[in-house]
Ligand binder design. Structure first.
Ligand code: PPE
Length: 307
């Protein structure tokens, strides 16, 4: 489970892991001018399969628009490069990190003169929020840090510099003894975790913050909405005041890295029965059956590497 693999795809060429380096003068290092994706490839009986490849690459190409940064590769080229990198590194399952950044030309805040560099890293990354998180659930706390206000940054884009806000949230949570923080938006409504979207089950209905609550438009969030509706649950995207976290029957995080992780305690108060709830478990079962290629892929979410 090391943060390592044999090769990194770097501007269209494979280079050995240790040689994929940049100069200290790259623009992104100084001003956070990068965009990235997080994707998982799962082990199936037909070899590794990338989960929602198309949607992740689409978001990767959309994220840099407010930065006026144009990624010099097409959707098709990036999809193929990701599949090639997994095959080249011989993974059975892995986490995939495409990254585009403004490179080295000159410094100064307006980096539009700098070249855009693109890399794809892969490595084997296990359970993001701890070994027992998926089955046992995690302890979380509401952060004293707010998510970015509308019209400040671009919450819907995975821009590197914005993850300073996520660092504040997750470091504070860990210092308080929690696994993860839950951030509110500038108006005090629930937004999301440092790297996860959030759902609540209340009165038999699922609630999740809407896109206007400073969230990333998560792809796992979309999967859960699709699966839950297919299973007959009502799902509403609505503004969630903080206090509703404490009266929810179930709460869970969603994300590529976090997958579907139950939250069993918030600010020291138990969520429901204080362990993974039945609806969360049912959604996890459906989700993992699809990712492992064991259930029919009715929405076309898997791309097999060896096909
Ligand atoms: N919100 C944020 C802020 C976020 O970073 C992620 C992904 C999500 C929601 C969930 O989005 P999606 O993966 O499309 O369902 N966070 C990525 C980075 C994690 C990291 O620590 O790095 C991820 O899960 O890959």
């Amino acid at each position: 489970m090391a943060f390592r693999s044999d090769y990194i795809w770097f501007n269209g060429e494979f280079v050995p892991w240790d040689d994929a380096t940049v100069h200290v003068g790259v623009h992104a290092l100084h001003y956070g001018s990068s965009v990235f994706e997080g994707i998982r490839a799962y082990s199936t009986s037909k070899g590794p399969a990338v989960f929602r490849l198309k949607e992740h690459v689409q978001r990767f190409l959309r994220s840099p628009r407010p930065l006026q940064m144009k990624i010099p590769f097409s959707q098709e080229q990036l999809e193929q490069a990701i599949l090639d990198t997994i095959a080249k590194n011989g993974h059975d399952s892995c986490y995939i990190r495409p990254l585009a950044f403004r490179g080295m030309e000159r410094l100064g805040v307006d980096g539009r003169a700098c070249p855009v560099e693109v890399v794809i890293m892969t490595w084997e990354w296990g359970q993001y929020l701890g070994p027992e998180a998926i089955t046992e659930g995690v302890e979380a706390g509401v952060s004293s840090w707010r998510r970015m206000a509308p019209g400040t940054l671009a919450a819907n884009c995975k821009i590197g510099g914005q993850y300073v806000n996520s660092q504040f949230i997750t470091m504070e949570a860990k210092d308080r003894g929690f696994v993860e923080g839950i951030a509110l938006d500038v108006n005090g409504f629930v937004s999301e975790g440092s790297g996860e979207n959030i759902f609540l089950l209340s009165g038999g209905r699922l609630h999740t913050p809407p896109l206007c609550a400073s969230i990333l438009d998560g792809i796992t969030r979309d999967c859960v909405i699709t699966l839950a509706r297919d299973m007959g649950y009502e799902v509403v995207e609505d503004m969630i005041p903080r206090e509703r976290l404490y009266s929810a029957d179930e709460v869970f995080f969603t994300g590529t890295a976090a997958e579907i992780t139950p939250v069993r305690l918030i600010d020291g108060l138990t969520v429901g029965a204080g362990r993974r709830g039945p609806v969360t478990a049912e959604l996890q079962d459906r989700f993992f059956a699809i990712t492992k290629g064991e259930a029919p892929d009715q929405w076309g979410w898997l791309t097999y590497v060896n096909e």
